[in-house]
Design a protein around this ligand. Structure first.
Ligand SMILES: Cc1cc2nc3c(=O)[nH]c(=O)nc-3n(C[C@H](O)[C@H](O)[C@H](O)COP(=O)(O)O)c2cc1C
Length: 133
């Protein structure tokens, strides 16, 4: 039987007492954990805000979301979209892709104010544009 695939998209803000230089370590640990647990996705950081898309087996995503929500290195954790009937992974080759962005490339604050599908479309479009660079 095939495993049910879930996805989750959120935005958050770097905690005031967390230095942006810590993000590299977050990504390194995330890549190792995700590779072991069948999770793929992309993390985007603009120097102040994060937005992250994760996908993988339902139970693994549920556990990671619980951990992310209580991680004190970021605040204002806001779910933007989620689903448990993903037919195909969007970022199968990325255990955790990472990109620094400017406001012109992706406005994370705007993403947090629009509805779920529009936020997901903005995210996937911005990531596709980055890939072409
Ligand atoms: C912005 C951000 C993104 C993160 N992304 C991941 C991730 O993709 N995978 C992961 O295992 N941990 C990620 N983490 C770390 C988790 O929040 C958490 O520390 C980790 O799952 C271990 O949880 P635990 O310390 O409660 O065992 C991220 C943390 C932050 C602040």
């Amino acid at each position: 039987m095939s495993t049910q695939l879930s996805f989750f998209l959120y935005s958050s803000r770097l905690a005031p007492d967390c230095d942006p230089s810590e993000v590299g370590a977050i990504v390194k640990v995330a890549r190792e954990f995700n590779a072991l647990h069948g999770i793929s996705g992309i993390l985007v950081f603009d120097g102040e805000r994060f937005t992250q898309y994760i996908e993988g087996p339902e139970s693994e995503i549920a556990t990671l979301v619980t951990n992310l929500a209580k991680d004190r290195r970021h605040t204002d954790f806001l779910q933007l979209n989620a689903g448990d009937d993903l037919q195909e992974r969007r970022y199968a080759t990325w255990s955790m892709g990472y990109s620094d962005v400017s406001l012109e490339e992706l406005d994370i604050e705007l993403m947090a104010t629009i509805d779920g599908d529009a936020a997901l479309n903005l995210f996937t479009q911005a990531v596709a544009d980055m890939d072409r660079l």
